[in-house]
Design a protein around this ligand. Structure first.
Ligand SMILES: [Mn+2]
Length: 463
């Protein structure tokens, strides 16, 4: 079995290594320094005969073994690396030192320099970060413990980040939905967000401002009062907690405020709370928070901090891939598949645009078809369109190195409807009435032609 052969310069560093805890397959050796106590550091044996190739040879290094040399003295490191090199010319060597520069190091074909104390220091810093988060959790619990009913208020039309943050806060408070419901002034509307609450079995209760009176505790997550309009209800202007990552907007009172504008998602803040408080993170909660971060940062693309990435990695180990798939790829209804089949039967890619017109479908089918359409050969833009209620709804995806999808969709719907989005994905809605006024009739061919022409124009215009 592969070993790590550790060579420490003096008792002090050897004792430090013992304190950190030696790994399983570590051969621990030390070289006593002059005028230093010869008391053997725990687990270590002296390198017999000092720092020589012969002494290293006595350790019987084999193919696959690696060396760690722990020292702050360039002389020691040079001698040690030389002795290792004489024994095994390309043995991997890790030099652990805080004072030496990489320029000082001897030439060796397989060598890295690591910072011993700063490696430990980073872990300490992480621990103190956790401690600050734990303090926040203790404050929140202390403040809300005696309250009968705590409302967890999300933005109107709550998004995955808000919903996940809400259920995480509830778990941290040790409550269930009757005493800490997720509430909002507006229903969850977007089909992908509805898919999330359906898959996770989450209820978001719609409340009116007067109904807030039934709560003797109020916490805002992923939102600040200014979002509720020019003159928000008085009750939301004096609350118990605001936890958010949007730019800070004042004009309200809160006992506890935790606004971290450098974070890509409020779910990241809640993940840090949950982690610091060491509560059990079940797959459902981990999946919700993971999806919250993923959707608010466009899969760690847009406005992502190192905190988001750290939280994402923590959650990734705990989430349920099956549950995540159910949220991201909701089951397609059979009539939606038939509509897709008809559209695919006559499909073509023209001017880099792959357009699939579905007719009347359930709204969540449209973005999934747009994802699929992007896979067609020579496609730069994928557009999936369908009729939902009294609107023409279309989802747009692009390959990423072309014009921003949001800009193009805004140009397509200008004067007709609403639209917008991000770099590589966007959505537009045109009322059928407006479409009919402009193009005369509404059938698959007229929709196809009108949208195709509008996209060609918009892509060229905004170039
Ligand atoms: Mn958010």
């Amino acid at each position: 079995m592969e070993r790590r052969i550790i060579v420490c310069d003096g008792a002090e560093l050897a004792r430090l290594w013992s304190r950190i805890g030696a790994g399983e397959n570590e051969e621990l050796t030390w070289v006593p320094r002059d005028n230093e106590s010869r008391v053997r550091p725990p687990g270590f044996r002296a390198l017999q005969g000092g720092l020589t190739a012969e002494a290293i040879g006595k350790l019987n290094p084999r193919e696959g073994d690696v060396f760690g040399i722990v020292s702050e003295e360039i002389g020691f490191v040079r001698t040690a690396v030389g002795a290792v090199g004489e024994t095994m010319p390309i043995a991997p060597v890790l030099v652990l030192s805080d004072k030496l520069d990489s320029g000082d190091l001897p030439i060796h074909p397989c060598l890295r320099l690591g910072r011993l104390r700063s490696l430990i220091r980073d872990d300490f810093d992480d621990e103190f970060d956790h401690l600050e988060n734990l303090h926040r959790v203790v404050e929140l619990r202390g403040l809300l413990a005696t309250r009968e009913k705590v409302g967890i208020l999300l933005q109107p039309d709550p998004d995955p980040d808000g919903i996940a943050s809400g259920i995480a806060l509830r778990a941290l408070l040790g409550r269930k939905s009757p005493t800490a419901p997720l509430i909002s002034f507006g229903a969850v509307k977007r089909p992908e967000n509805r898919a999330m609450i359906a898959a996770l079995g989450i209820e978001v209760r719609i409340v009116t401002p007067p109904e807030l009176e039934e709560f003797d505790g109020l916490a805002l997550v992923d939102v600040q009062p200014a979002v509720f309009g020019e003159s928000p209800p008085a009750r939301v202007l004096s609350v118990d907690a605001v936890i958010d990552h949007h730019p800070e907007r004042g004009g309200y009172d809160t006992v506890i405020g935790d606004i971290r504008t450098s974070y890509g998602a409020t779910s990241t803040i809640l993940t840090e709370y949950v982690r610091a408080a060491s509560i059990e993170v079940r797959p459902r909660l981990a999946t919700a928070l993971l999806y919250g971060i993923k959707s608010d940062t466009q899969l760690l693309g847009r406005e992502t901090s190192r905190y988001d990435i750290r939280a994402f990695a923590f959650l990734h180990a705990l989430h349920s891939p099956a549950l995540l798939r159910r949220i991201e790829r909701p089951a397609l209804p059979v009539d939606g598949l038939r509509a897709l089949g008809r559209a695919l039967a006559s499909t073509r890619v023209q001017d880099g645009i792959h357009m699939l017109v579905l007719g009347r479908v359930r709204e969540d089918v449209i973005p999934q078809v747009a994802d699929l359409g992007l896979q067609a050969e020579n496609t730069e833009w994928s557009v999936a369109a369908g009729i939902v209620g009294s609107d023409l709804v279309f989802s747009v995806r692009n390959v990423g190195y072309v014009r921003a999808a949001g800009e193009v969709v805004r140009a397509v719907v200008e004067g007709l409807g609403v639209g917008g989005g991000h770099r590589s994905m966007a959505k537009g809605i045109i009322p059928l009435r407006a479409f009919r006024e402009l193009y005369g009739k509404i059938d698959r061919h007229s929709i196809h032609r009108a949208l195709h022409d509008a996209f060609v124009r918009a892509i060229n215009e905004t170039r």
